[in-house]
Write a protein that binds this ligand. Structure first.
Ligand code: IMP
Length: 194
């Protein structure tokens, strides 16, 4: 029986379906749209954890629901961890993935040490407690874009576990090793035990 409602602070249908498939029998998962939250939630912290907590707390404070929220960044060692928490707007406001990737490749021109990692932090507020779950995948930035699947920086990121970029994988193959897949698995283990 579904005995508890939790908001997932997203309107990404793919992310919602994925989590409902696993914990949907136990929890009723609502999107931002379904609770009438149409405004942009501020994400002005300088860490992934800070931003994820900011979003989850916003929903709790303004709408009263227990909630979880995620934030992701791509950290490139040769760029001192950039674009990091600013991954979505690396090339300026507007969430333009092509421009972000082009700037990243330009800033890495001539650099052979190209190690990087994707990190996702999920913040959960449940029954008066705040918890965070982190998922990480190590890899490298390729010299040029490969593949057309996925989104964001996928065509230029090759995980260490693979010979191809994220954008050359099926969604299931990517999810099995991805930062978000790993953080989500930890969240879901927790929710199934809760
Ligand atoms: P968000 O926190 O999920 O909105 O992600 C921030 C930014 O990181 C996005 O705008 C993307 O550019 C990038 N990003 C997040 N997850 C991925 C991924 O799985 N692959 C490639 N890029 C990603």
């Amino acid at each position: 029986m579904q005995d508890k409602t939790i908001v997932f602070a997203t309107n990404n249908q793919h992310k919602l379906e994925e989590i409902r498939r696993i914990v949907g029998g136990k929890f009723r998962i609502l999107s931002l749209k379904e609770i009438g939250c149409e405004e942009d939630i501020p994400e002005t912290a300088d860490t992934l954890e800070g931003n994820a907590l900011m979003k989850a707390r916003y929903v709790k404070e303004h709408y009263g629901y227990d909630c979880f929220a995620d934030d992701t960044g791509l950290m490139v060692d040769a760029l001192d961890g950039a674009p990091g928490v600013y991954s979505a707007r690396y090339a300026g406001p507007g969430h333009d993935s092509a421009a972000n990737m082009a700037l990243l490749l330009k800033n890495l021109e001539g650099i052979t040490a190209r190690s990087a990692r994707f990190v996702t932090v999920i913040a959960l507020i449940l029954n008066g407690r705040e918890l965070t779950f982190e998922g990480k995948v190590e890899g490298e930035i390729l010299n040029e874009a490969h593949g057309s699947a996925g989104f964001g920086y996928d065509p230029v990121f090759k995980p260490v576990e693979s010979t191809v970029s994220f954008a050359e994988m099926t969604p299931d193959t990517k999810n099995a090793i991805s930062h978000r897949g790993r953080a989500t698995a930890k969240l879901m283990d927790y929710l199934l035990e809760a």
